[in-house]
Design a protein around this ligand. Sequence first.
Ligand code: AMP
Length: 421
Amino acid sequence: MQIQSPKGTRDILPSEVQIWQWVEETARSVFGTYGYQEIRTPIFESTDLFVRGVGDTTDIVEKEMYTFNDRGNRSVSLRPEGTASVVRAMLQNRLMDGASVLKFYYIGQMFRYDRPQAGRYREFWQVGIEAFGADSPAIDAEIIAAGHQFFSTLGIKDLTLHLNSIGDPACRPKYVEDLTAYAKAHLDELCGKCYARHERNPMRILDCKESGCRAVVANAPLLSNYLCDPCRENFDMVKCYLDGLEIDYHEDPYIVRGLDYYSRTAFEFTAGGLGAQNAIGGGGRYDYLAEEIGGASTPGIGFALGMDRIIIALDAQDVAVPTSAPVDVYLSVLGDAAMPIALKLAQDLRENGIKTDLEFKGRGLRAQMRTANKLNAQYVVMIGEDEINSAAATVRDMGSGDQQSVAFEQLPEVMREKIDR
Ligand code: AMP
C-alpha cells in the first residue's frame, strides 16, 4: 500500500508555496520594522519545559503533546507552541545580561495531537513574537500594534481584536475562588472537559465553546470586577495607548490564559472567512513564566499567529497575493548539438538573475511549447540547427507571439531588458 502523510499533516505544494513565502516575508519585514530579530529554537525540547512552561493542567500538555522517550531514555516532546522554547533560549544563553529589552520573532511548525478539522491540524505553523525585559503597558500596545500591522499589510479583512486583562497574583486568586464556587454550583451544566477542570483550571471554562458552558459563563463572575488598582490602571493605559495608535479593540472578558504565570494583558485576533476556527492569533503577558522554568524573574509578553488559518482567510477573502511565474525563460533545445549551447546560455541567463529552465528530454517543439506554457514562461528561447549556424537564438514572446533573432552573446542583456519591462 502506498504510504500517506500522517493524519492531521499536509504537504505545502509548490503551487501554494508562494503565498506561504509571502506571509513569511511580510512577517519578517513588519516585525523587523518593530525591532524584532529572528530566533530559531529546536523542534523538540525536554518534556518538562512544556509541562512547566505551558502548564500541566492545559489540554495541550494533558492530551495533545507528541511525547516520546529518545534512545537515551529522555522524555522529549515536539514543541506544541513557541513561547516556552524562546523563554528557555533567552535564559539558557543569558541574553538578558546587559540588555534592556529583547525582541524576538520565530516562524515554524508546532505539533498538537488534536482532532483534525478545517483550520485545525496536528502539524501547523505559527509566527510569533516575544518581548522580554519590559513591563510597561506601552510595550503591550506596541506588540498588539505589530500584530495588527501584520494583518493589515497582508490585507486580512474583518479583523477583530479581543482584549482583556486577567489580573495578577494579587487580585486573581480571589476571583478564581469565586469562579470555582460558581462553577461548583453549576457542575451538571458543564461539558465533560470543564467538569474535569473546574477545580484545577477553572478559568478555561470561560473560553469553552460548548453551548452549555457558554450559558453558565454568561452569568459567571467577571474578572474585570476583581482587578486590583495597579492592574486596572495598567489595563487603562494599554487601552489609552491603543486609542492613540487608532487600533480598535473589543473588550472581551472571556479571553483568558488560565495559568498562574500569565498576567494582565490577554488578547486574541479573529478574522472572517474561517468558520468555527476563527481565531488567527492570540497572546498575552507572562511575567512569571521565566521563573516557572527556573530562571530569573523577567517580564515578557508575546503572541502567536496561526499561519495555516491566515492563509485560509486570505483565500476565503479573495485577497490578491503577489505571485510570480516559476520561470521567466524556457530554453527550447532542438537536437543534440543544441544541448551544450543551451546549457551555457541558461547559465548566462541565470547568472543575470533570470529564472530559466530548459528542455532535457529532446522532445519535439510542440511538446516543449506546451511545457513553457504550463510554466507560464514569458519567453521561449529556441536553439536549433539554424540558430547554431547563425550564433543567434530565436526569442519568442509568449504573450504576443512575436519572434526575433538575438545573438547568443547579447542574449542575457536583451532578456534582462525585456523582463525588467
Ligand atoms: P494558541 O497557542 O493556542 O493560542 O494558538 C495561537 C494560534 O495558532 C491560534 O489562534 C490559531 O490561529 C493557531 N492554531 C492553534 N492550534 C492550531 C491547530 N491545531 N491548527 C492550526 N492552527 C492552530
